[in-house]
Design a protein around this ligand. Structure first.
Ligand SMILES: [Mg+2]
Length: 273
């Protein structure tokens, strides 16, 4: 299942983005912006880095992935479908009554580790899993994708403090730093200043990358795996809506309905990425 070739990973990321569109559908509504901004990160986790198997979704040594910004779960559904956790045909049923794929992650869905979407909680869940791994003397890694707007939640920083205190070098946070949140530009909300320096001040190993450059993503994932005695964070600079040109960098495409023409244009944009 693991892909080592950069070009093939980039092709997989395209497939993930097309899958996200299938989940959003036509004249329905779905979280396009944040799903597209995190698509390359999710691709690299599922198809390059993580130890996981759809045949054994509860294997005790599997790596864990928590999508703390749960509204972007369409990117995870896209990857889980590509990996074979459930048929791709299920994607078209997203958010319909009775579907295993709903608007936010639920543990009933194969491959989903935690119910998230109440923002701010995912890092604490990942912290518990990482601590559990240490106590059980297992070697799995825990990856948590956070939204940049989500960093305004105080619980995040409690988890940041605790993870360093427990020296959880099996915990990796990845910030999908797309500079937008549902309500508009990040800079119009709480002023974060330098994210790097904040995590560094808490004692975390900190890296900053281009979150759409596959080589940088997998390089960072490999490097943080070698960090000992401290948790690590990857600040991934991304573009909200990445790949769908009319939606890129626009807060209004956070959660949208696409008409037939927009849907076809989006598919065409992604094909030409
Ligand atoms: Mg954001």
């Amino acid at each position: 299942m693991k892909i080592r070739d950069i070009n093939k990973l980039e092709q997989k990321a395209k497939a993930i983005r097309i899958n996200i569109l299938e989940s959003i559908g036509i004249n329905k509504k779905g979280h396009l912006g944040g799903s597209m901004s995190s698509a390359d990160l999710v691709t690299a986790l599922y198809f390059y880095k993580m130890q996981h198997s759809p045949a054994h979704p509860h294997h005790p040594d599997r790596d864990r992935f928590i999508f703390s910004k749960g509204h972007s779960v369409l990117a995870q559904y896209a990857a889980l479908a590509e990996a074979g956790y459930f048929p791709k045909t299920e994607l078209k049923q997203t958010k319909t009554l009775g579907s295993i794929l709903q608007g936010h992650p639920e543990r009933d869905t194969p491959g989903i580790e935690a119910n998230t979407g109440s923002l701010g909680q995912g890092l604490s869940i990942g912290l518990g899993m990482a601590l559990g791994g240490k106590l059980d003397q297992r070697n799995y890694q825990v990856y948590v994708i956070l939204g940049d707007g989500e960093l305004a939640e105080g619980q995040i920083w409690e988890a940041v403090l605790a993870a360093r205190s427990y020296q959880l070098d099996n915990l990796v946070a990845i910030v999908d730093h797309n500079k937008l949140q549902a309500s508009g530009p990040l800079k119009e909300g709480l002023k974060f200043g330098g994210l790097n320096s904040k995590f560094t001040a808490f004692g975390w190993h900190t890296m900053e990358i281009d979150g759409h450059n596959m080589e940088e993503i997998i390089g960072a994932l490999d490097l943080v795996g070698q960090v000992k005695g401290t948790p690590a964070v990857i600040i991934a600079n991304t573009v909200k809506g990445k790949g769908v040109l009319f939606a890129e960098n626009k807060a209004e495409y956070h959660n949208v309905s696409l008409n037939q023409q927009q849907f076809e244009q989006a598919k065409s944009d992604i094909a030409n990425l």
